[in-house]
Design a protein around this ligand. Structure first.
Ligand SMILES: *Cc1c(COP(=O)(O)O)cnc(C)c1O
Length: 490
């Protein structure tokens, strides 16, 4: 399997960039995103054979189509180490931890079904564990093979940073330096990250806001000499291995919700950076029988706007809202370029021009209207995409409705998904909504909606009281670099 950039790097037939080469990286050298040169196709026989597999074996079968340069026995060992009932142990009462991403029928009426697929049973109670846990094991494996080291440097306002830390803790050859805005995360999220005592995890609380943290990461990343001397890397959502790891649960959800390949299902996905649902698109391109892919956004509706109008318009910081589904608070959708590449029939030059226009003009227009950049919006339906939006009042109402009618507490992001799923749920259709977090993570809004606390999984009862390990630092790039240099010893 060979990879190319959406903007053309490595796209000629004689170039060969493999999975292992892009595993530890982010953007391609031309600023584009990596994609395979063609999507592997899954046959009906394969799908049938996969129905009875464990999650670990299914993930091995999917991954081996993409990671062809990792010996199969090694890949199998890595997937079996990652997808265990011990790692994904936070299943709710009545759910099977063994299933890793258990399905729960919320309601069945008039021959149609609404189902939740739990992606949030991992160590940080959010779906980013699904991919990040695999990434931790893949990174450790790849670094050991080359006798190399990696220092992951990132900024977080919550979910991504904690998922990265729990995936990389105790891993040989890896350190994590994670910036977060001092005293601006919820008490639960702070406790999750700062209670880690592993010596390879460095929590840095920056005296500033999240944007200050991100600016510091950019400043360090732009210093190429420093970056290479200190072996600095990232684990952001555009990482290809993260996307592939997410493809697996679309297969699992489909196979668990159906009995034959003649049946189709639809998925609704709470979306921000288009990472999660991009994996659904790829599963569909591999011929998984998915009918609709429903994009659900919060108030930050960049993606909903595109899927309704064909206009992609990124937001400025001042237009980016802080919402009660904060893990979807984005100003642009960093994985969206992968879908645009497919929508444009793999035209590297046009992708490059459109995303250059995002930088210079804040967006592009594929509506086909006079003066637009193209008319590909009319093809979006062929890819199954539709969308919708949910705001704070919808979120509260959905949390209440789901509790009252179905006896289930859902988190704020999942509530956005359910609200939008109900708008697109068709006759005789099985609609799977991806549950992206457990409600305990966003307790403030659960209290607002239900007037009580969210249940906490076993072991999380008192995490705010655990000893915390972190360093407070001013928003000063020189001090940050000195801190990294001191702790990498390079
Ligand atoms: C990250 C996240 C999302 C959004 O996922 P994308 O891949 O960025 O679209 C949704 N819900 C939760 C709980 C998250 O942590």
């Amino acid at each position: 399997m060979h990879y190319q950039s959406t903007r053309g790097y490595a796209s000629s037939s004689d170039s060969s960039v493999g999975f292992s080469e892009i595993l530890l990286g982010g953007l391609a050298p031309d600023g584009g995103l990596y994609l395979p040169k063609s999507y592997p196709q899954v046959t009906a026989d394969e799908l049938n054979a996969w129905r009875s597999l464990s999650y670990a074996d299914l993930s091995y079968e999917v991954l081996r189509k993409f990671a062809t340069d990792i010996p199969e026995a090694d890949l199998k060992a890595i997937t079996h180490k990652t997808y265990t009932a011990e790692v994904y142990k936070n299943a709710r009462p009545g759910e099977s931890a063994q299933a890793i991403t258990p399905l729960r029928t919320v309601v069945e009426q008039d021959g149609r079904k609404l189902v939740l697929q739990a992606l949030s049973n991992g160590p940080t109670l959010a779906f980013k564990d699904m991919a990040m846990q695999l990434l931790g094991n893949l990174f450790e494996y790849a670094l050991a093979k080359n006798g190399a080291e990696l220092n992951i440097f990132g900024a977080t306002s919550g979910d991504t940073g904690s998922a990265a830390e729990y995936a990389m803790r105790g891993k040989k050859g890896i350190r994590v330096f994670m910036l977060s805005p001092h005293q601006k995360m919820s008490a639960f999220q702070t406790a999750q990250m700062f209670s880690l005592q592993d010596p390879n995890i460095f929590n840095i609380a920056v005296e500033g806001v999240f944007d200050d943290c991100q600016d510091m990461v950019k400043a360090v990343s732009n210093d190429l000499e420093f970056k290479s001397r200190h072996k600095i890397g990232t684990v952001n959502s555009i990482n290809w291995a993260r996307v592939v790891a997410q493809v697996v649960y679309y297969f699992r959800g489909y196979l668990s919700a159906t009995t034959s390949n003649d049946q189709k299902v639809s998925f609704t996905v709470p979306s921000g950076n288009f990472g999660n649902i991009c994996a659904g698109h790829i599963a569909r391109m591999m011929r998984l029988p998915i009918a609709q892919l429903v994009v659900a956004t919060n108030e930050n509706d960049v993606l909903d706007e595109f899927f309704r109008t064909g206009v992609y318009r990124v937001r400025k910081s001042a237009e980016t809202y802080h919402t009660t589904s904060p893990s979807m608070d984005i100003s642009k959708a960093s994985n969206f370029e992968r879908f645009v590449f497919d929508l444009l029939g793999g035209d590297h030059a046009r992708v490059k021009a459109l995303f250059a226009k995002v930088e210079t003009h804040g967006g592009f227009d594929l509506s086909g209207q006079a003066g637009s950049d193209g008319d590909e919006f009319k093809k979006v339906a062929e890819y199954g995409f539709v969308s919708g939006k949910s705001v704070h009042a919808d979120r509260l109402q959905t949390i209440r409705k789901v509790e009252k009618e179905f006896g289930l507490t859902v988190d704020t992001h999942t509530a956005d998904g359910i609200k939008v799923a109900l708008e697109h749920w068709r006759e005789a259709e099985t609609m799977i909504v991806l549950e992206t977090a457990l409600p305990a993570k966003f307790n403030e809004t659960i209290q607002e909606a239900l007037g009580r606390d969210a249940e906490r999984p076993v072991g999380f009862e008192n995490i705010e009281a655990l000893p915390q390990r972190f360093e407070v630092m001013p928003a000063d790039v020189q001090k940050m670099k000195a801190y990294i240099a001191q702790h990498t010893g390079l």
